[in-house]
Design a protein around this ligand. Structure first.
Ligand code: C2E
Ligand code: CA
Ligand code: CA
Ligand code: CA
Length: 266
């Protein structure tokens, strides 16, 4: 039994070691992809459920692979979040979104809004706030046109210093949204720490509202919470007419999902 235990242990150790190598390789490749400008953004509209009018476009990061497809975003973001790479990615996404807003503005298109995904720990970094402030000093209109969707895969405390920073940015006009509401780690504590503008109900809840009483109850309660706190509520992952109709009857104001459009290149 002892020998077996030892074997198991060494097997486990080896497996961890292999995973570490795979992760490290992914980090190097990702770093290289950013430096060579190989990443791109796809955009997916967020629409008002009653009128169909577009509220905003969510920018979703894409990393093309060698056979015309894309690497799995969720997977590489998770790896990036374990290192400082996520900060580098975050800066790139922010700059890219600003560049797009500048292009639209030069073309006389002024009614478009972009939502970008930001890991909560980006806002713990001085550099990211400074980058944002540098951009608004140059182009003040950007502040009216950007929402930061906040999420994190691990529990993370936002310090009072970070809250102050978020307040400065929100006074400039930037909007903040709690992503993955209902399944994220800090959903409710975000709402208590800081005046948010919107919450996004995660697709894992939305996709079950026709079949699960629990998820329907959660969804209904989150919509009520949003209303009570004057937050815009966005249902994510809406794929069918039935779900859209049910959300509409629950007075959910906004939706996003394949029913309206897939994320796509500009
Ligand atoms: P998320 O922010 O919750 O984004 C929603 C995900 O659902 C996206 O996956 C989107 O493509 C997908 N989706 C949209 N509509 C539907 C639908 O109707 N049905 C289904 N089944 N899926 C739908 P994606 O693009 O693979 O992104 C995965 C996650 O990666 C995002 O989840 C977000 O947390 C993260 N992410 C994406 N881009 C960025 C980024 O630029 N920065 C950071 N930090 N994270 C990002
Ligand atoms: Ca998001
Ligand atoms: Ca998310
Ligand atoms: Ca989500």
């Amino acid at each position: 039994a002892k020998a077996l235990g030892r074997n198991n242990y060494s097997f486990y150790n080896q497996k961890l070691h292999q995973e570490a190598i795979v992760k490290h390789k992914l980090e190097l490749e990702l770093n290289c992809a950013i430096d060579n400008n190989l990443l791109c953004l796809h955009y997916q509209p967020i629409v008002a459920l009653d009128s169909g009018k577009i509220k905003s476009y969510e920018a979703l990061l894409r990393w093309p692979d060698s056979d015309n497809g894309f690497r799995n975003t969720e997977e590489f973001i998770e790896v990036a979040e374990e290192s400082s790479l996520i900060l580098k990615i975050g800066d790139w996404v922010f700059k890219q979104a600003c560049l797009q807003l500048e292009i639209w503005s030069e073309q006389g298109i002024n009614d478009r809004h972009i939502a970008i995904n930001t890991s909560a720990n980006q806002f713990n970094s001085d550099d990211f706030t400074e980058l944002i402030l540098k951009y608004v000093r140059k182009s003040p209109f950007l502040a009216q046109k950007l929402t930061f969707e906040l999420t994190e895969r691990k529990p993370l405390a936002i310090s009072s210093k970070t809250v102050k920073r978020l307040l400065v940015l929100s006074e400039l006009g930037f909007k903040f949204s709690v992503d993955d509401f209902g399944i994220g780690h800090s959903s409710i504590s975000y709402l208590r720490a800081f005046p948010m503008d919107s919450i996004k109900i995660d697709k894992s809840i939305i996709q079950n509202i026709l079949t699960s009483n629990e998820d329907l109850a959660l969804c209904t309660a989150i919509i009520a919470l949003g209303k009570a706190l004057s937050l815009d509520v966005i249902a994510e992952g809406v794929e069918t007419e039935e779900i859209a109709n049910l959300l509409n009857s629950l007075a959910c104001p906004y939706a996003q999902g394949y029913l309206y459009a897939k994320p796509m290149p500009l």
